[in-house]
Design a protein around this ligand. Structure first.
Ligand code: AMP
Length: 529
């Protein structure tokens, strides 16, 4: 996108009131002023009020400054869900540093790439988490690069002379506040520059749509640094409303249930795979989950059986959310039927959001017609960070961001995601979207979970492979083809092969890892049925 167009759009977002003169650092200070003695964040062991959190952020900022880190520097933060995550993150905001929000599951390949692309001056992590020793990353990827490392528990705030002067921070509302990371399963994640004004607008608007307020108790059940948990509306939306953030340290269903009961959690965000496990566990676990009223679900395909079982077992409202770390969010209406909630991603959350569908010949499609989803608006990025090749591929000249998702928008304005453009299977020239078959397979009572992928084939370009989790030994390729056919699926879409697996492999945030699945099939690591 040309700089002149970027400027026009940014001026429009300021003029129309979407962007305010605010920063993440201001947010915590204002929360301390408004909600001072209220509990802001807890992680099972400890809790902090907004005032305590704010003064710790100042002290840690002073310490990091004394170590030579300054406003405008980039620092990678890879800290699992905890109060420490909140304190260190906001000390970086306070100092005017741009944090790179790595996920705890990122390893050497990702961290090396983040250092290179962001030019980070420091990497802050923990010594170990869930059996992984992060010193391995420090020793192999950080030492010797000019990027320093800090272990979170070494960051001190106990020196008496530690005071922090906010004039050290020269970041403005329109400057980059954080570098989010893209969720691709094929390449190393791209860095996504989110400004103070756009990301805070996103979280505030989303929090309003979700009805969050001072009584909100939000459970961070998935990684806190992931866009969905961080600001959709997540942790930041909860802060804006003066609510309480509850950090699940390992995100296991047991821990989630314990925290819902003990902290009286009333809203959380999950990917469909986690929702499904929690709803199954609720059938036999004797926890009091009556406080939970809303579960926001997004990130990958949600099916009706998973949604309806969850609403029944957990006795709460499930709302489907569409989000990308690159920007625009949608959410299903609160009074929508369960069928429609499972089958669409709802409406855009801001009047400034522009959602378009691009047909194969580059035109904008009318309602009901499928194509690639394009986005533009007050909190959708206009470029990636230091990545001209990705910019050329992902942004049109008119500023629209190409999501790589196939979708259509119905006449009511509801978004319907039908799959990833790159996941589309080309079988001898015929195009098949895996999600169409996955939805039907997942409705079969004998199939616990499915994934459909294209397996490279010399003759047909791709063969369609159905991957199923089932304990019914009579399920085989012939059965699956017959079942899909009985549901009206066209003959050219029927699977050419089928394999069985104990569990669908998931990515860092719980989405089906289709690349790994294809590799496993190619290496014959799955049982053919
Ligand atoms: P991430 O950048 O990790 O947040 O991933 C964003 C991608 O997740 C989107 O581009 C979609 O492909 C997918 N996604 C997000 N929400 C949904 C949803 N409700 N249903 C299906 N796919 C989704």
């Amino acid at each position: 996108m040309k700089d002149s167009l970027k400027k026009v759009l940014q001026e429009k977002y300021i003029k129309e009131g979407f962007w305010r003169e605010e920063t993440f650092s201001d947010l915590l200070r204002e929360c301390a002023g408004k909600y001072g003695e209220k509990t802001a964040i807890c992680d099972g062991n400890n809790s902090l009020t907004y005032s305590e959190w704010n003064s710790l952020a100042d002290k840690y900022a002073a310490y990091l400054k004394s170590e030579g880190i300054k406003s405008g520097d980039r620092v990678i933060i890879q800290i699992p869900n905890s109060n420490e995550f909140g304190v260190i993150l906001f000390s970086l905001f306070r100092l005017g540093v741009v944090p790179v929000l790595a996920l705890p599951t990122h390893r050497k390949k990702e961290i090396s790439s983040f250092i290179e692309v962001s030019g980070a001056v420091a990497y802050i992590t923990v010594r170990s988490h869930l059996g992984y020793d992060y010193a391995e990353i420090v020793n192999e990827c950080v030492t010797g690069t000019g990027c320093r490392h800090f272990f979170a528990d070494d960051i001190r705030c106990d020196k008496a002379d530690m005071t922090f002067n906010i004039s050290e921070n020269d970041r403005k509302f329109s400057d980059i506040a954080v570098l989010q990371v893209s969720g691709g399963t094929t390449d190393v994640p791209k860095l996504i520059p989110r400004t103070n004004a756009d990301y805070l607008y996103d979280a505030r608007t989303f929090a309003e749509v979700c009805g969050m307020n001072e009584d909100t108790v939000f459970l961070a059940a998935i990684p806190a640094s992931h866009n969905f948990c961080f600001a959709n509306p997540g942790i930041i939306g909860t802060m804006i409303c003066g609510g309480k953030i509850v950090m699940a340290k390992n995100g296991s269903p047991d821990e989630i249930f314990e925290l819902i009961e003990s902290e009286k959690v009333n809203i959380t965000a999950m990917v469909p795979s986690l929702l499904s496990i929690c709803s199954e566990m609720a059938e036999w676990e004797e926890c009091d989950l009556s406080s939970i009223k809303t579960i926001l679900v997004g990130g990958s395909l949600l099916t009706y059986p998973v949604l309806s079982k969850a609403e029944e077992n957990l006795d709460c409202k499930v709302r489907q959310v569409y989000g990308t770390a690159e920007g625009l969010n949608t959410i299903t209406d609160i009074d929508m039927s369960a069928e429609l909630t499972a089958n669409c991603q709802g409406k855009k959350i801001s009047s400034g959001d522009e959602m378009m569908i691009e047909t194969d010949d580059g035109d904008f499609a009318p309602a009901g017609i499928e194509g690639e989803l394009l986005l533009r608006g007050p909190y959708t990025i206009q470029n990636y960070y230091n990545n001209p090749a990705a910019d050329a591929e992902s942004f049109r000249d008119d500023g629209f961001y190409r999501t790589g998702d196939r979708a259509f928008i119905d006449t009511e304005g509801n978004l319907h995601i039908t799959g990833r453009v790159k996941e589309q299977i080309n079988r001898a020239g015929e195009k098949i979207m895996p999600s169409e078959l996955e939805r039907i397979l997942d409705e079969n009572e004998d199939i616990e979970r499915s994934a459909v992928v294209g397996v490279p084939d010399e003759l047909m370009i791709n063969k369609i492979c159905a991957v199923v989790v089932t304990d019914n030994d009579s399920i085989d390729l012939a059965y699956l083809r017959g079942y899909l056919e009985s549901k009206g699926v066209a003959a050219f879409k029927l699977p050419d092969m089928a394999v069985k697996i104990l569990q669908i492999p998931l990515t860092a945030v719980g989405k089906p890892d289709k690349k790994l699945i294809v590799d496993m099939i190619a290496n014959e690591k799955m049982e053919r049925i």
